[in-house]
Design a protein around this ligand. Sequence first.
Ligand SMILES: [Zn+2]
Length: 119
Amino acid sequence: MSNQTGPLDAREHEQLRARLRRDAARLRDHLAGVAMSRRLRSSTPHPERADTDEDLRAARNALRVRRALDGTLAALRRMADDEYGRCVHCGEPMEARRLRVEPTVTACPDCERPDRDPV
Ligand SMILES: [Zn+2]
């Protein structure tokens, strides 16, 4: 039985690692697809399409995916360094429940409060 409120157990840690790896692969594929379609489009003369809202949306979406990938890779690095599941600010173990919802989270709720003094 996995506990609902404590830190991650080893099995859940492995499950999250597998999930983060899958996410990283998916996000990489997505970015590769975006790059590909951009190349295809720019090689086809479509001057009326330059700087359209669609391009802007695609660029914003690519940035969002890029950030998600960065966060996912950072989480995998913390796992490799045996630091995963701890708040990067105070070092306290974070609850498994929180990590399951958001596996790339880096800070505990206390440290994430916006009124907190910056480190
Ligand atoms: Zn903290």
